[in-house]
Design a protein around this ligand. Structure first.
Ligand code: ADP
Ligand code: ZN
Length: 614
């Protein structure tokens, strides 16, 4: 247990606040942290949905320190556990993990600490926890609480279903007197209901925070052609910043990372097919670096809590709004302004829909998953505030436009394209779904090389002279999004045919209008983020001290094999550099400096600061 407090605080939440300050070095609770912690401290189970960066982990860490017994945390990923345990140990908390990566000697020592009541928090995997011998051994230890992290994994309505999570419902019977706390960052209403049912939390309170992430500046654009050119452009326009680029296939992570390195960007590739050690090294390299770009499949992410990721670019679009929010959400966890940029196309949508069609699942689940795909493209290709669309999707009421996404800043113009749409639709109809998009456009412009007599005799041959090839390509894309055209993937040589018959008829009768969008790009440089916290600002006179602190931190991080932000966040270093504390007491007042860190690093930091004084 934690050191006894000098003056015993009066209420449980005061005690919690005291630990927040002393151990974690934060001045106040954020958002729903306080009510969630109060509920658990009262010994009641609960479910909490807080956005990424909302501080979910403190919701179970602090009660684990206050309530008697061991706090058990179920977490789906080893990387996630490793990072959290490292951060806790840095803050002086007795924490450990038991998973398949821990060697036997360390495991034995951890069990000894558990059984001697020395450990406050234990991280375990769901598979690990569900082994009977583990339950048996834990049943002899008093438990403070059981936290289920990333609880959306329990639901097949969510976007990250893990069958092994289903077994966690049994915890209610196995440990009937221990409060259970389910936490997640992404769950729509249906997923939330499912979590409660599966984890037997029907009677428990549900805490749902706003999904707003005001520090994120969102934008999306349709892909132009296939290549990686646009991504390279976007990344090189953001020099000296850390970012993640999500790519749909393993193969493309390597290619795109190479293209970025050719352009002078320190880019690394990451996907599940890489050798384990390579993945570990690259992850560490990324976490350690101040300006690395990780080009990865979605295998990279959950548990990557690097706070200073300044942009997430989807080179290929996410599969659902939940996935979008979670992936984009990895930017700006420190609360400073960050960007989420998504490239998408109708071909991606057809591909995603087809994959669902091929998967083995119940029809009802399929329908829900198809709906999720349609909704994410409706948001991406929509015309109203992206952040608001996401928040409404998660069930928030009375949501206002964010005022800073590409759609809020007025970068989109719409115009009526019903007539040319009629031409494109009848051309696709006459061509009988036998050709791809390029050929359809060529046909409209009578540019097909060596057309057959049949093609040249069609009434739609060359009727599209009023638009350029590019404009036709955009319009075809639009018709695909609206389901008026349909694309058959045909093993990588997609063929375009007419889509929903009723909808197409409505266009021909003029009852349904087709509106196309012209987007004007707004580059990051010219856009002024208004909502996020000010970007980290260091006075020029403090820069040398800041650099010295960073160099010291990087040495510490290397020798301890932990990421630098586990020692101190950039923001804390900035505060130190500007406040130049002359005593331990002054240092302790700064954000992110708890007692554990003060004891470990206080002297070193004060010495560095002292070296710059006067
Ligand atoms: P998530 O909800 O995404 O799991 P974390 O628990 O990892 O979030 O917390 C995100 C970051 O916010 C961490 O760096 C943590 O130290 C910080 N944090 C959490 N609670 C507070 C607070 N009350 N005040 C200041 N910073 C906080
Ligand atoms: Zn907006």
């Amino acid at each position: 247990m934690l050191a006894m407090l000098a003056e015993p605080p009066t209420s449980p939440i005061d005690q919690a606040r005291d630990i927040l300050r002393r151990t974690f070095g934060h001045a106040e609770f954020r958002g729903l942290q306080a009510p969630v912690i109060e509920e658990v401290l009262a010994g009641r189970s609960a479910m909490a949905v807080l956005p990424t960066g909302g501080g979910k982990s403190l919701c179970y860490q602090i009660p684990s320190l206050i309530r008697p017994g061991l706090g058990l945390v179920v977490s789906p990923l080893i990387a996630l556990m490793t990072d959290q345990v490292a951060a806790l140990v840095q803050s002086g908390v007795a924490a450990a993990r038991l998973d398949s990566n821990v060697d036997p000697t360390e495991k034995a020592e951890t069990w000894r600490r558990i059984e001697d009541g020395e450990l406050d928090i234990l991280y375990v995997s769901p598979e690990g926890l569900m082994q009977p011998w583990m339950q048996e051994r834990l049943s002899r230890t008093p438990l403070a609480l059981i936290a289920i992290d990333e609880a959306h994994c329990v639901s097949q309505w969510g976007h990250d279903f893990r069958p092994e999570y289903r077994m966690l419902g049994r915890l209610a019977d196995l440990f009937p007197t221990v409060p259970r706390l389910a936490v997640t960052a992404t769950a729509d209403a249906r997923t939330r209901d499912d979590i409660r049912a599966e984890l037997r939390l029907e009677a428990s309170k549900e805490f749902v925070a706003s999904f707003a992430r005001p520090e994120l500046v969102l934008s999306a654009e349709r892909k132009r052609g296939a290549g990686h050119k646009r991504v390279v452009e976007l990344v090189t326009a953001r020099p000296g910043r850390s970012g993640v680029v999500y790519v749909g296939s393993r193969d493309n992570t390597d290619k795109l990372a190479q293209a970025l390195r050719d352009a002078g960007v320190p880019a690394l590739a990451y996907h599940a097919g890489l050798d384990r050690q390579v993945r570990i090294d690259r992850l560490e390299q990324f976490l350690q670096a101040d300006e690395a770009v990780m080009v990865a499949t979605i295998a990279f992410g959950m548990g990557v809590d690097k706070p200073d990721v300044r942009f997430v670019i989807h080179a290929d679009p996410p599969g659902s709004i939940e996935a979008y929010w979670q992936e984009i959400g990895r930017a700006g966890r420190d609360g400073d302004t960050a960007e989420g940029i998504t490239l998408y196309g109708a071909a991606d949508m057809s591909w995603a829909l087809r994959r669902i069609g091929e998967r083995e699942m119940e029809e009802t689940v399929k329908r829900v998953q198809v709906g999720k795909v349609r909704q994410v493209y409706a948001m991406l290709d929509g015309t109203a505030c992206r952040a608001a669309a996401v928040r409404r999707y998660f069930g928030e009421d009375g949501v206002e436009a964010c005022g800073q996404c590409d759609l809020c800043t007025g970068a989109v113009e719409t115009s009526d394209a019903t007539q040319p749409s009629q031409k494109a639709l009848s051309a696709a109809h006459r061509l009988g779904g036998r050709y791809g998009r390029g050929r359809l456009v060529d046909h409209l412009l009578a540019k097909t090389k060596e057309p057959s007599d049949f093609e040249a005799s069609l009434s739609t041959w060359g009727i599209g002279q009023e638009l350029s090839a590019n404009a036709w390509r955009d319009l075809v894309e639009q018709l695909l999004f609206e389901g008026l055209l349909r694309e058959d993937p045909n093993d990588g040589r997609p063929l375009v045919g007419v889509g929903d018959a009723e909808a197409v008829k409505a266009v021909f009768r003029g009852e349904r209008r087709v509106l196309v969008q012209t987007r004007h790009e707004v580059e990051a440089k010219t856009r002024k983020p208004r909502k996020g916290r000010e970007a980290l600002a260091i006075a020029p006179s403090d820069q040398a001290l800041f650099d010295a602190l960073r160099a010291w931190r990087s040495g510490e991080a290397k020798s301890q094999h932990v990421p630098p932000y586990v020692i101190f966040h950039d923001r804390t270093l900035v505060e130190i550099a500007s406040a130049k504390p002359g005593s331990r007491a002054a240092l302790a007042r700064l954000g992110g400096v708890g007692e554990g860190k003060l004891a470990r690093y206080g002297e070193a930091v004060l010495q560095i600061v002292g070296g710059f004084a006067g």
